[in-house]
Design a protein around this ligand. Structure first.
Ligand code: SF4
Length: 360
């Protein structure tokens, strides 16, 4: 059993069931979440019996860091290998006052959005909670080991589930992973700093709401009408925009929190002024904000990036409807780490870190 597949609240119980003192669970959690240690031999204050338990019945196995590619803007794309072979990717996105980690929830993805490079991989498999949390551990080790990576306070203060995969298609692993991210004995992040992005799987949106995690929700809309949306995002054939908006309305948010709608702007496809007005009319009655993402091209992609002027005018039209519209700056496009660009490949520059360098 991998301990990281269990919420930290169950770790003490698990150690007790195995005949160990309950507090060993908190000690091991401290080694993992605060010191980033997964090797039992390095946990110096636990007895041999607990260490051998961690080497036999319980484990803290995580995906191995295969490579890291750094963009000129500081964005870092990490490639991690799963124990059965597939490679997944996570992205560290530095901003002036924050460090965001973008996590994957599946190896590949079965949703098939036409603007997304991951879609071409198809779905390989769902990740486990330990494989989701393992991305955080490796990203933290990588930051700690990179010159200039150390700083006061938590290294990663925001999490977005916008990497490979549709998070809500893997709800069984997503929910326990979020509970570990937010639990005080786990990573202890505020749920308000965690955003889950979905292509609009309506029944799963309801289930995520029922889990009452206190997180933020983002929905990839990408078109103001169903006909166009179905063309860009095949999942639109299953769930209409009206159903998605209704699911958003029911999603539990605190006062003043709003759902974020993501809109990937594709030149000549969904970036026209009349489409901005249609989107404005659709979302004006709704508590929302819009994140405009000018398309990030990748080799073989069927779309082009719109001109800046077109993007600006799209945002201005939405503002005319009193909708907060922000244009997302592309981070890491030179290493294919920007939105929609994740897939198995190697970038131009490789930085590798090892756990030993990090913790010794
Ligand atoms: S955008 Fe997200 S849901 Fe759509 S294919 Fe890419 S990874 Fe899957």
């Amino acid at each position: 059993m991998n301990l990281l597949d269990l919420p930290p609240a169950l770790w003490t119980e698990t150690f007790q069931e195995k005949g160990e003192a309950a507090y060993r669970g908190r000690q091991v959690a401290h080694w993992l979440f605060k010191r980033l240690i997964t090797e039992p031999a390095a946990m110096t204050n636990i007895p041999a019996s607990t260490r051998s338990l961690l080497e036999s019945d319980l484990s803290l196995a995580i995906p191995s860091l295969e490579s890291a590619h750094q963009s000129v803007d500081g964005t870092r794309k990490l490639a991690l290998r799963l124990s059965d072979g597939p490679v997944i990717e996570s992205v560290l996105i530095p901003r002036k006052d924050r460090m965001t980690l973008c996590l994957s929830t599946q190896a590949g993805c079965g949703i098939g959005c036409r603007f997304c490079r991951t879609a071409a991989m198809g779905l390989i498999r769902n990740l486990t909670p330990s494989e989701i949390l393992g991305q955080w551990v490796q990203a933290m080790r990588h930051l700690s080991a990179t010159p200039g990576g150390m700083k006061e306070g938590p290294l990663i203060d925001h999490i977005v589930f916008m990497g490979m995969g549709e998070p809500l298609a893997n709800l069984d692993a997503l929910v326990p992973a979020i509970r570990s991210l937010t639990h005080p004995d786990g990573i202890g992040l505020s749920p308000r700093r965690i955003t889950v992005s979905t292509s609009g799987l309506v029944p799963k949106m309801a289930l995520l709401g029922e889990a009452n995690l206190g997180i933020q929700l983002a929905v990839s809309l990408c078109a103001p009408d169903d006909l166009l949306r179905r063309e860009i995002m095949p999942v639109g054939r299953i769930y209409s925009i009206a159903e998605i908006l209704e699911a958003c309305r029911r999603f539990p948010l605190r006062n003043r929190e709003r759902v974020t709608f993501e809109y990937v702007l594709l030149r000549g496809k969904n970036d026209a002024p009349e489409q901005a007005r249609a989107l404005g009319r659709l979302l004006a009655p709704f508590r929302s904000k819009v994140n405009l993402i000018p398309f990030n091209p990748f080799p073989g992609s069927p779309f082009e990036r719109p001109e800046e002027e077109r993007v600006r005018s799209f945002a201005d039209i939405l503002s005319g409807f009193h909708i907060t519209a922000t244009v997302r700056k592309s981070m890491g496009p030179d290493v294919l780490a920007a939105c929609g660009q994740l897939a198995r490949d190697r970038g131009p520059e490789t930085i590798t870190t090892s756990h030993r360098e990090t913790v010794s």
